[in-house]
Design a protein around this ligand. Structure first.
Ligand SMILES: O=C(O)CNC(=O)[C@H](CS)NC(=O)CCC(=O)C(=O)O
Length: 305
């Protein structure tokens, strides 16, 4: 008897019988698209609903966007810092998510949390966390590239480094759906980061974001995500904030799931608060990498980077 493993079904074949059964080892990853505000309880409720929907759909690892817990209400520039929490804060936000993960037996990627730093009052980290199905924090990546930009033609001026300290550590993490490479939002513009994550054996690149509507509409979001998937031959999972967070801030939405060939498997409409999911097909990752072996063709000694 031999087994063909094709995506969701295992077909067992021998001389006497042919049966089709659903495999129990689906590697299903999902993402949620939300509109956060400066109301932590409302944000939690919104995310909890999406997590429950993901569980109903047998998602094993569910990914939430940057600012899933809190986004500033445009009141003053230090709002995020002043609402930051320690990762192990008793009765804090992260503890609530750890409980949800444990109760529902699913993994979570929390794509950008305002993390309070011990002994530091002025600065915080923007931290992407992975929580396992026992509710344990298994990885933490601190956003490396900070969004300090001035685009007068779009009326956009941001100075993330005023309150956020940049991290300097690359993070990959094993999970039930494959090896994850962690990043956050503006990191997307730095291909060297993703190249490094692929060289550290990532199968799936996570890009949670609160992407600006103006840069999203210019095509930067989708183009760069597809480029990262194609050039690194990885799945890309990009959960996004969408809509109006307050009167002066709108996110682009368009959460995306892209396969290692660059094909868009799911794209959420900007007016939707919802989930999307896919099954990670590791044999497809291998096929794409064998067909066009760009990682064997790189001229690492010749580049000036
Ligand atoms: O911490 C917070 O409150 C929220 N953080 C963010 O929204 C961050 C930094 S201001 N946004 C981005 O990185 C957008 C990047 C982007 O839109 C682009 O690269 O075009």
């Amino acid at each position: 008897m031999f087994r063909l493993n094709i995506c969701k079904t295992t077909i067992a074949i021998n001389r006497f019988m042919t049966t089709t059964t659903t495999t129990t080892n689906n590697k299903r990853i999902g993402l949620g698209q939300i509109t956060s505000t400066n109301n932590k309880d409302e944000n939690f409720k919104q995310c909890k609903r999406l997590i429950e929907k993901a569980v109903e759909n047998k998602v094993q690892l569910f990914c939430l966007p940057e600012c899933f817990a809190f986004i500033s209400g445009g009141v003053h520039q230090f709002e995020s810092r002043d609402n930051a929490e320690y990762l192990d804060q008793k009765g804090g936000i992260i503890e609530r998510y750890q409980k949800l993960a444990q109760e529902n037996k699913l993994w979570l990627s929390l794509g950008g949390f305002h993390e309070k730093i011990e002994g530091e009052n002025e600065m915080i980290y923007n931290t992407h966390l992975i929580i396992d199905a026992d509710g344990k924090i298994v990885s933490q990546y601190r956003k490396m590239h900070l969004f300090d930009v001035d685009i007068p033609s779009k009326g956009v001026k941001m100075n993330e480094s005023k309150v956020v300290k940049g991290g300097n550590e690359l993070v990959v993490c094993d999970s039930p759906v494959g090896k994850l490479g962690l990043s956050i939002c503006y990191d997307l513009r730095f291909p060297e980061l993703y190249l490094s994550l692929r060289r550290m054996n990532s199968d799936i690149l996570l890009v949670p974001a609160a992407f600006m509507k103006s840069t999203g509409e210019a095509g930067h979001w989708k183009t760069l995500l597809q480029a990262r998937a194609i050039e690194n031959q990885c799945y890309v999972i990009a959960p996004a904030q969408t809509g109006n967070h307050h009167s002066k801030r709108t996110s682009f939405g368009h959460s995306l799931i892209i396969d290692p060939w660059g094909k868009v498997l799911s794209e959420l409409d900007e007016n939707t608060i919802d989930i999307a999911f896919t099954d990670i097909d590791h044999s497809y990752i291998e096929t794409v990498r064998e067909n066009i072996p760009v990682f064997n063709h790189k001229k690492l000694n010749n580049y000036k980077i």
